[in-house]
Structure formats: C-alpha cells, structure tokens
Design a protein around this ligand. Structure first.
Ligand SMILES: Cc1cc2nc3c(=O)[nH]c(=O)nc-3n(C[C@H](O)[C@H](O)[C@H](O)COP(=O)(O)OP(=O)(O)OC[C@H]3O[C@@H](n4cnc5c(N)ncnc54)[C@H](O)[C@@H]3O)c2cc1C
Length: 412
C-alpha cells in the first residue's frame, strides 16, 4: 500500500503519524525545517486531547515534563479574585489537563514517532509547495526548505496538510484567501523562572484586553532551585497589525506599561515580566472557517484547516482530535477519497463552532463580563457583580462547545 503523506511535523502531523503507525497504516512525514527544534513557549492540552495521547501510550512521558494543571483562576486588573474552578483530574476528569512547553510536547511526539515508526519515516528539509492528483494517487512537490530551488516529488495514496497557520496547501485550494485575519489584539509571550504561583498548578487569567490581560501558568515541574518555568502571555488591543512569525522576538518596553501597577499579593507582575528568559511577539489571528477541507485525496488538519485565536487552550487539542478522527475514517473506508470526506464531515462543523466561539465567548469572557459590569473599577463583593451560577454557566458552556464537558468525554 502506498504511504499516507503527512506534510508538517508539528503537533498535528506527529500525532497523526503516531496514530496511523499504531494502526498499521504506512505513512511518512515531510517537514520544512532542516532540524526539528524544541521551539515555542506554553501550550495547554485539555482532557479530550490528553485522552487521545494516553491512548497512544504517551501519558507517562508527558507527565514527566508537564504540569498537571489543577485550577483556573480569574482576577480583575486590581488583583481581585473573580472566580476559581478545578481543572483536569482535580475536576474529576479521567485524564489530566497538561500545561506544557510546546517544544517538550513536540519532542515527546517526535521521539515516540521515530522510535516506533523509524527515523526514515520522517524527512526534514522538505518544504511542500503543491500537490497534483489523478485517479490512482497523489504527488506532493517539495523544495529543499522555504525558498529552496531544488524540486522533488513524492507519491502517496493520500496527503494530509498539517503545515500550520501559513499552510501552503490551504493556499493552493483557496488562493484568494489572503493573510490570517487579525483580531485586533497583539500578544507578547514569554517564560520566566519563578517560584510557584498560587497552587503551583494554576492557570491564571487577569485583566481585560482593552487595558491589558495576562494569562499565566507553569509549564515545567519545579527544579532543584525551587523555581518553575512559568509561561505568560500579555494580550493588549492594538489597532496596527504587524505580521509576525511564531519565533519573532518582542520587546518588554512595548507592553509593560499596561501592567506597571500590577503589584498583587499573589504576584508582582512587572517584576515577573522583567525576569523573563525570553519574550516573543505574535499577533492574535485566525482565519474565516472554510466551506471544505477535503479535495479528493488531499485534506487539511489542525491549524491548516481551522486556525483559531488562542483564547480557549484548544489549538493543539483540536489538531489531536482531527488526527484521531482521520485515522478512524481511514480504517473504516478503503477508498481514501471517501475517508477524507468522512473525516471532514465529522470535524468541520465542530471546529467551526470553536473558531467562532473563541472570537466571541471563550473562557475569558468571564473577565469581559466583570470588566463591563464594574465599569472597570474594583468591586466590594463579587457576588454583587455576578453570581457564582452565572460564572459556572459561562465556563461550562465553552466546555460543551469545545467538546470536553465531562458528559461528552464519558460517552466518547
Ligand atoms: C515554531 C512554532 C512555535 C509555536 N509556538 C506556539 C506557542 O508557543 N504556543 C501556542 O499556543 N502555539 C504555538 N504554535 C502553534 C501550535 O503548535 C498550533 O497552534 C497547534 O499545536 C496546532 O498544530 P499544527 O500541527 O496544526 O501546527 P504547527 O504545530 O504549527 O505545525 C506545523 C508544522 O508544519 C511545518 N511546515 C510549515 N509549512 C510547511 C511546508 N510548506 N512544508 C512542510 N512543512 C511545513 C512547520 O515547520 C511545523 O513543524 C507554534 C507553532 C510553530 C510552528
């Protein structure tokens, strides 16, 4: 049987490779970069995604490098507690929520893939520039890296584009789409070595986008020095869109003013930002949901299919769920064209809902609600601003849409 060709060795591509190999479906992964390096900063894996990774036998390896996130905690920009709820196993899920360095996640997946499938099943320096298909199969055209001149072609029975937010294959099928859509919010992302904050496994969201919002969570267990590697993202409404790649360095001076008076008993935010090892800048972008992903023997997966603004901890998780659904479809249908159509049918509508909800009502809508009701002022008692029931309903509503309510996971 010809290989399934996977374009891109990011989170979605590597998970798909592992899942296909586990089911005996031959595949090869082609990655644009010359070497896969542990890049990025923090990422969250919610229980619907960790369930799939556990099924691939990866939970112990992930648990060694990640934090099992215990609670979500929301504050206003005056440091007042709005809401707290347990997460992952602490909330009674069968599987944990992991907060993890994206590089650590990618390395766990990469090592497992290379060990199980073989080093020759992953080809680097292969930058996809297009596909051509006929009745019998599909050819993928590669150059030797972005902007490279040498060309080669690889033949397969199906091609899965896992090439991320700037997907070359998405552009081939939707040439008029243009740049990703800017949300109006810029993000500065960084990591700081710091002593544990709150429970030591808290996912903190504070403030609001118009003045400045922070998301803060640890991504590596405490070292011998008692410090954790803590991921943070500063998000601020910024009218001008500056196109950035994931690894573009950012400058603290450009955003720290928004947090200058955030000296709380649970964290001195300016000192924490200034102590960062690394600061990156990236615009918060997504794309309009597509009407289709599958074209004969070619389909899109993960950010190539449904890039979403990172406000629901769902980007990596949805790529992982795509991979699982696609493998099930390839097992069920001998004909790859039918399999890719079935995959799209199951996943397109579900992910479209998440893309749209991440724009309007992601989990941090709790912060917006309190910001608006208090006119951005300190409150006396949170119960006089918003009831606990309302807060719980907002949080549970997102879980249902994103597919990780406890009922949904029990029945899946
Ligand atoms: C370098 C990098 C750093 C990131 N850092 C973060 C982060 O800190 N926090 C966060 O939430 N999300 C981050 N992301 C995005 C996050 O990984 C995705 O949103 C999510 O995990 C979905 O994964 P994906 O597999 O669809 O895409 P990605 O994980 O983005 O993987 C795409 C892969 O395809 C490769 N590729 C791209 N174009 C081609 C091509 N033409 N031919 C062959 N290969 C190609 C890329 O090199 C990459 O390995 C980062 C992505 C990248 C590429």
């Amino acid at each position: 049987m010809d290989d399934v060709i996977i374009v891109g060795a990011g989170i979605g591509g590597l998970t798909l490779g592992l899942a296909l190999h586990g089911c005996g479906i031959p595949c090869r992964i082609f990655e644009s970069t010359a070497e896969i390096k542990a890049v990025g900063v923090g990422i969250n894996l919610l229980p619907h995604a960790t369930k799939e990774l556990a099924a691939l036998g990866l939970e112990p390896a992930l648990a060694r490098v990640a934090i099992a996130t215990a609670d979500a905690t929301f504050f206003n920009r005056f440091g007042q507690l709005i809401y707290q709820e347990p997460l992952g196993r602490a909330a009674g899920y069968e599987h944990p929520q992991f907060s993890i360095h994206r590089g650590d996640l990618q390395m766990v997946l990469l090592e497992a893939f290379v060990t199980r499938a073989g080093r020759d099943r992953l080809v680097t320096n292969s930058h996809c520039i297009g596909v051509e298909q006929d009745e019998a199969g599909v050819s993928v055209i590669f150059s030797d890296g972005p902007g490279g001149t040498a060309r080669s072609a690889v033949r397969g029975r199906a091609v899965i584009a896992c090439d991320g937010i700037n997907s070359a294959l998405r552009k081939q099928f939707f040439p008029g789409e243009g740049d990703p859509r800017y949300s109006g919010v810029n993000m500065w992302r960084g990591v700081t070595r710091w002593k544990p904050i709150l429970s030591g496994a808290s996912m903190v969201r504070a403030g609001w986008l118009s003045h400045g919002k922070m998301v803060i969570y640890p991504i590596r267990p405490q070292g011998a020095d008692g410090l954790q590697l803590i991921n943070w993202v500063a998000e601020i409404e910024t009218p001008a869109y500056r196109k950035r790649d994931w690894n573009r360095p950012g400058a603290i001076a450009d955003f720290i003013g928004a947090f200058a008076d955030w000296h709380f008993d649970w964290l001195d935010v300016p000192a924490f930002i200034r102590a960062a090892d690394q600061v990156l800048e990236f615009p918060m972008v997504d794309q309009e949901p597509l009407p289709r992903w599958s074209f004969g023997r070619v389909t899109l997966l993960g950010d190539a299919a449904h890039p979403m603004v990172p406000r629901g901890s769902n980007g990596a998780g949805q790529a992982i769920l795509d991979a699982r659904t696609l493998v099930a479809a390839l097992i069920e249908h001998d004909d790859p064209v039918a399999a890719l159509a079935a995959y799209e049918k199951q996943r397109l509508e579900a992910t479209t809902r998440i893309v749209l909800t991440n724009r309007s009502n992601p989990p941090d809508a709790i912060l917006r609600e309190v910001f608006q009701r208090t006119n951005d002022s300190p409150f006396g008692r949170i119960d006089d601003v918003i009831s606990r029931e309302e807060l719980v309903a907002m949080s549970e509503g997102y879980k249902r849409i994103a597919g990780y309510s406890k009922e949904a996971l029990r029945t899946r």
